[in-house]
Design a protein around this ligand. Structure first.
Ligand SMILES: NC(=O)C1=CN([C@@H]2O[C@H](COP(=O)(O)OP(=O)(O)OC[C@H]3O[C@@H](n4cnc5c(N)ncnc54)[C@H](OP(=O)(O)O)[C@@H]3O)[C@@H](O)[C@H]2O)C=CC1
Ligand SMILES: O=C(CO)COP(=O)(O)O
Length: 329
């Protein structure tokens, strides 16, 4: 066992937090998994499962569920796995329990509404004594929990820390590539969710596989333009956390963002209700940030207009198809 990062605190006992806790245990780490719902945490400890968020998955023996954030004090590193819009509040609650210099790896995919801040920037404000990092890439919680092969990227500004964390958390089935391009990794995860809603709409409207492929390619052009405008490296955007996650999330209704788009495309409204679809929350801030830097994102704009009720699906599709044909860029 690597001496570094032997103990990991996972903050957030949803689908992804539970899957990551199991992945960390598989990598030989000692894991504490925090959730806010005391009843659910007690049931998880008793039944060694999380039927509320990840049914059918057995919690690894080395994962200790807790409802007490203070119990995470002294953990070598923290994974913050709550929704993007809840990350500031939860990080602020966690802050008093963290030693200076503790890495906090955000695993949420989104941009904070109201502040237009990326997830590591939110962490920097809410938990200033922590060292922010990000984990993102093509990885459904159910696949990771089942031990199916997955590969994601972990980025920290200090390349040595990124590599040590990737080594500590990775295993043969959960492969972690490391990077120093924090901004690039967080942009890919946030933007792809918005574009996945568009892909779902294409699926729901039965526009065909060719249209689906065109949507991914043109969506990727938008992600690249946005990323470059906000300081991402091109090789990150073409990697696991950018193109890799865009392809995954735009391809299957296993994605909650795609499933939301599918429902919109079938004129069934914002279904399935109660399921987290980060893209629906990030769309407006992504579009506003694109506009602020003069980045053209017609697909993201169309998604935002549909979600805001300013456009119906036919108008949104019509506006995209009516755009002037131009050189590919
Ligand atoms: N699921 C996946 O396959 C993947 C998800 N992600 C990302 O991980 C993040 C979390 O998603 P996921 O785990 O799937 O979502 P879930 O809906 O499965 O779980 C969300 C978890 O966050 C908790 N939570 C929500 N709001 C708060 C709050 N204000 N304070 C404390 N806890 C809160 C919920 O608690 P409660 O149960 O009490 O509501 C729940 O435990 C998202 O940003 C998502 O994009 C990334 C990769 C894969
Ligand atoms: O981010 C994910 C896979 O990489 C999960 O996607 P959804 O949140 O759309 O389910």
């Amino acid at each position: 066992m690597s001496a570094r990062y032997a103990s990991i605190g996972v903050v957030g006992a949803g689908a992804w937090g539970t899957a990551l806790a199991n992945a960390c245990a598989r990598a030989g780490r000692e894991v504490m998994l925090w959730g806010r719902d005391r009843d659910l945490i007690a049931a998880m400890a008793r039944t060694r499962s999380n039927p509320a968020h990840l049914p059918g998955v057995v919690l690894a023996d080395d994962v200790r569920p807790t409802a007490d954030l203070a119990a995470l004090a002294g953990m070598d590193a923290i994974l913050l796995v709550v929704p993007a819009q809840a990350s500031r509040a939860v990080a602020a609650e966690l802050a008093p329990h963290l030693a200076a210099g503790t890495p906090v790896v955000t695993c949420a995919k989104g941009i904070e509404r109201g502040t237009s801040l990326f997830m590591t920037q939110v962490l920097g404000e809410a938990c200033p004594q922590a060292v922010p990092a990000i984990l993102s890439g093509p990885s459904f919680a159910a696949d990771v929990a089942a031990g199916l092969p997955t590969a994601v990227t972990l980025a920290a500004r200090d390349p040595g820390m990124a590599e040590a964390l990737a080594t500590a958390l990775g295993s043969s089935s959960f492969r972690l590539y490391h990077s120093a391009d924090v901004r690039g990794v967080e942009i890919g995860g946030a933007a792809k969710n918005v574009l996945a809603i568009a892909a779902g709409i294409v699926g729901g409207r039965k526009l065909g596989a060719s249209a689906g492929a065109a949507l991914i390619a043109r969506g990727f052009a938008e992600l690249m333009r946005f990323g470059k405008a906000y300081g991402a490296r091109a090789e990150t955007l073409t990697g696991l956390s950018g193109l890799g996650d865009l392809i995954l999330t735009c391809s299957t209704a296993q994605s909650r963002n795609y499933a939301l788009g599918l429902s919109l495309g079938q004129d069934e409204g914002l279904h399935p209700p109660g399921k987290l679809a980060e893209g629906a929350l990030t769309a407006s801030v992504l579009v506003a940030m694109a506009q602020a830097r003069g980045v053209d994102m017609p697909i993201a704009r169309a998604v935002e207009a549909v979600l805001a009720g300013r456009s119906d699906i036919e108008q949104a599709i019509g506006s995209l198809l009516a755009r002037p044909q131009k050189a590919e860029a």
